[in-house]
Design a protein around this ligand. Structure first.
Ligand SMILES: *[C@@H]1O[C@H](CO)[C@@H](O)[C@H](O)[C@H]1NC(C)=O
Length: 156
């Protein structure tokens, strides 16, 4: 029904013969159907689209201060990891095809919980390629920005 209506409007607008427009519109319709099913298969199977990302979280809190890291996404809970001073915890994942992947982490030391948005695809895909390197200080978390080589720091 929609195809016919669009077809009619286009043929009116360009004064074209309706019959000549049917074939191209059918092809576009089939192409869109194939594209939608292809994207669905890709996202469910997590087949290649975005490259695998590694996120590093380094404890730079000071001698003798242990950092407990607990990262999660909508689908994954990566568990609690104890990182000693100078140590580096890392995890990896493949961003979904829709580019909506997010990981957030609870960071605890000296009995106080802090919060870090460790990876937000739209925010970080450019600046933290190929890997995301976070350094945790007592008052801030800094992400190495590969785009404009520098540290992007945020209070935590
Ligand atoms: C973390 O590891 C250090 C060194 O092995 C240990 O002394 C500390 O008790 C651990 N902390 C937690 C919460 O497991």
């Amino acid at each position: 029904m929609h195809v016919l209506l669009i077809n009619y409007l286009i043929s009116q607008k360009f004064h074209l013969d309706k019959a000549t427009m049917v074939q191209p519109l059918n092809h576009i319709f089939i192409f869109i159907l194939v594209l939608i099913s292809y994207l669905t298969i890709l996202s469910e199977g997590k087949i290649i689209f975005f490259p695998i990302r590694h996120v590093h979280i380094k404890n730079n809190l000071g001698v003798g201060i242990n950092l407990q890291v607990h990262c999660k996404s909508k689908d994954d809970d990566l568990g609690v990891h104890n990182v000693t001073y100078g140590g580096d915890y890392q995890f990896q994942f493949r961003p979904n095809v829709f580019g909506t992947t997010q990981f957030f982490c609870g960071l605890a030391w000296n009995g106080i919980l802090h919060y870090l948005d460790a990876y937000i695809h739209q925010r970080d895909m450019q600046r933290c390629g190929p890997d995301c390197f976070w350094t945790i200080y007592t008052n801030q978390a800094c992400l190495y920005n590969f785009d404009h080589p520098s540290q992007d720091c945020t209070p935590i």
